[in-house]
Design a protein around this ligand. Structure first.
Ligand code: NAP
Length: 677
């Protein structure tokens, strides 16, 4: 990294932002991220620890997870609400922890509207959302006025709790956004009809809060700058709304992209890095208050790029601060390579939240568990041997070394294991950063790493190590199908490592996470225009000629390959994929014309292709290659041998349980075991 880069990191980190009455020490915002601690027993004490670590890590401003101003506005029945004075006390713990570390914190006020996942939902009109089974009741005029007072009440309570401000959630399709757009607002009174009427609700909320809290309180308005649906705002309306928000008394405008119900990815790893900052930049000339940009920004280089190009005044990152609480400090010290980058997988954070579990982070399982896994050294330094450096082994070696143990780690090949294969899938290239991160940390922590070293029984038989950890991973399972040894058959590892050798007609046996990965790899558009083409493929118009920023035409990418994705079970393919990203994967394959077949059995493989019995009828898929993605088997032979002779062995990750193993479990198991030493 050259000297100029060092200087420019320093420049953007140190350039404070003056909001008229308060200075933010740098330009980074930790965006709103619900953790689930908000609703759990003693959760606010843990939440204080979670935010404290991020404030200590140098972030300027933190926005809390969404808190409802009313019961009906809660996202789920037991979700958080701030409307009664006694609730202020628990918030004070959080505020104090952040202020003691010289950062600022705003409470996000979020009313779910028709996204409320309970039968008491309300909305501008009684129109059900496609992503909720509950029909909302239409708010009456009196209820709307009462609701505005409820927002003010919550803002007042936030001020009493010591928060520096509030963020009003006006985007992503939640209540305020439902007022703004005509698809969800069919009212004929002063809150519906013309655009001026539809934005009245948001403006009344801002005006009333400003009047109640005075000038020295931050009001951030999260404005939906790109609705991504056909009845969304057009660009002139976005500008009109933004100017009115400024006039109503907002301090900052944050960028909101898309609605949760819209089937266009906005934050997943397939979205180009910093893929929506162009929207914030487009608004920059039209308002005079500072703008915050967001979505898929996960490195100091991207933050700096946005700021230097004048795309925004501040940059918001939510998941990247889960992945690495010390993001800002490391950036300031020019240690970008030591940052644990968010890989936008959503597995540890949003997918868990949807399952009503506590959020954490796949690449940093300490996130939101700071109190359970403190950054303290182990009492006595032990000698730990780690065999296998996939992500389970890497995590264990890293956490053990971080706690002061002497770690020696081996891998028969290079670092990363199955994660290396994932990183080869288009849209998952960022997974390399996790391997890069662990590798850099092991080097800093003086872990002795021996690559290309296949450990054998004799080496460890007489070892005096305090613990030997087997993270030896998995091998692909080859199912028992006649003709499985036919030359056209390859396992997924070989397929991913030899993409170019795969022919044009392909059948994939097994439609789990890896079957989908391989299918996506086979139909991905190649060439250097893949990134710019991404917007076109998802129907996004960067020129913003239509409402919602959508393109006129439906663009389907039809690859040359014929691909069959197969499973025996009689259920929709991809049913068990993750909630927040599974739909993207299914849609990608559907648009690319992948034939997804279920309810079948495999008869044989021969020169004619793959013979199956589909819904009871025989069929021959005339394919040139059959790729096996039928799960894995644990590679645990050495572990069992050493266990038998009484060595202090442990097994984690795929070597422990191949079935349904995922990287999140593997990395977490690595950390948990390291904390046991
Ligand atoms: P998997 O999810 O268990 O899927 C295995 C597939 O193979 C299933 O579709 C199964 O369907 C089929 N199968 C199993 N045994 C078979 C047999 N004997 N003969 C023929 N077909 C058989 O395993 P995976 O796809 O290898 O993934 C491994 C782990 O990595 C999973 O936990 C997965 O979630 C995770 N992963 C996640 C992602 C992600 O993006 N989040 C990506 C890749 C992997 P039928 O039995 O119905 O045929």
């Amino acid at each position: 990294m050259n000297k100029n880069t060092t200087e420019s990191y320093f420049t953007f980190m140190m350039k404070p932002l003056d909001l008229g009455f308060t200075q933010l020490r740098n330009r980074t915002v930790m965006g709103s991220m619900h953790t689930g601690l908000e609703e759990s027993w003693n959760g606010y004490a843990k939440l204080a620890g979670f935010y404290e670590e991020r404030a200590r890590g140098g972030v300027a401003l933190i926005v809390t997870g969404g808190i409802s101003p009313t019961f009906r506005g809660r996202l789920s029945l037991f979700a958080s609400q701030l409307s009664i004075f006694f609730q202020v006390y628990k918030h004070r713990k959080v505020v104090r922890a952040v202020h003691d570390n010289d950062a600022k914190i705003c409470l996000q006020i979020l009313h779910a509207g028709r996204y409320a996942y309970h039968p008491f939902a309300v909305a501008p009109s009684a129109i059900k959302s496609p992503i909720s089974p509950f029909s909302p009741k239409a708010l009456t005029d009196r209820q709307i006025r009462k609701l505005i007072k409820a927002y003010v009440n919550t803002a007042n309570l936030a001020r009493k709790a010591g928060y520096d401000g509030v963020e009003i959630m006006g985007s992503e399709g939640y209540l305020i956004n439902q007022f703004v757009c005509s698809n969800t607002n069919k009212r004929t009174d002063q809150w519906g009809g013309a655009f001026e009427n539809r934005i009245r609700f948001s403006l009344e909320i801002i005006r009333s809060i400003r009047e109640a809290v005075g000038q020295n309180f931050i009001i951030i308005y999260r404005l939906s700058m790109l609705d991504l649906h056909k009845e969304g705002s057009d660009w002139a309306e976005v500008v009109q709304h933004a100017r009115a928000v400024e006039d109503a008394g907002a301090t900052l405008i944050n960028t909101g992209i898309g609605w949760h119900e819209v089937r266009i990815p906005t934050i997943a790893s397939v979205v180009p890095e910093a893929g929506f900052t162009w929207v914030t930049r487009k608004l920059k000339q039209s308002v005079s208050i500072p703008l915050i940009t967001s979505n898929r920004i996960n490195s100091p280089e991207l933050v700096e790029g946005c700021l230097q190009r004048g795309e925004a005044d501040m940059v918001s990152m939510a998941r990247p601060f889960l992945a690495d609480s010390q993001f800002v400090h490391k950036a300031k010290k020019n240690q970008s390579h030591l940052i644990n980058k968010c890989i936008a997988c959503n597995q540890g954070c949003l997918d868990r939240i949807f399952k009503l579990q506590r959020a954490t982070c796949m690449v940093n399982p300490r996130a939101a568990y700071e109190a359970d896994y403190p950054l303290t050294g182990a009492g006595r330094t032990k000698n730990i041997v780690v065999v296998g450096l996939g992500v389970a082994g890497l995590s264990c070696a890293y956490h053990a070394a971080m706690r002061g143990h002497k770690v020696t780690a081996y891998d028969a090949g290079n670092l990363g294991g199955q994660f290396v294969l994932a990183a080869e899938i288009p849209g998952k290239e960022v997974y390399w950063d996790t391997i890069r991160y662990f590798e850099a940390q092991l080097s800093v922590l003086n872990v002795e790493v021996r690559r290309n070293h296949k450990v054998v029984f004799e080496e460890l038989r007489d070892s005096y190590a305090d613990a030997i950890v087997f993270a030896t991973g998995v091998t692909p399972r080859l199912p028992d199908i006649p003709g499985i040894d036919h030359f056209s058959v390859i396992d997924y590892e070989t397929a991913i490592n030899n993409k170019t050798a795969i022919k044009n007609k392909v059948a994939i046996i097994g439609a789990g996470g890896i079957g989908f990965d391989v299918a996506e790899m086979l139909v991905a558009p190649d060439g250097s225009d893949a990134d710019s083409d991404w917007y076109r493929r998802w129907g996004i118009d960067k020129h913003y000629r239509n409402r919602g920023g959508l393109l006129d035409e439906d663009v389907n990418h039809k690859p040359e390959r014929t691909v069959y994705l197969l499973q025996r079970k009689d259920e929709k393919l991809g049913k068990h994929l993750a909630r927040t990203t599974g739909w993207i994967r299914r849609l990608t394959l559907k648009r690319a014309g992948v034939n997804m077949l279920s309810d079948l059995s495999y008869e044989k493989i021969d020169d004619y292709g793959l013979h199956i019995r589909h819904k009871g009828k025989p069929e021959t898929l005339a394919v040139d290659n059959v790729i096996i993605c039928a799960g894995q088997q644990s590679d645990d032979v050495l572990y069992r041998q050493l266990n038998d002779i009484g060595q202090p062995v442990h097994v984690i990750g795929g070597a422990k349980k191949a079935a349904e193993l995922d990287a999140e479990t593997a990395i977490r198991e690595g950390m948990e075991l390291a904390y046991d030493f």
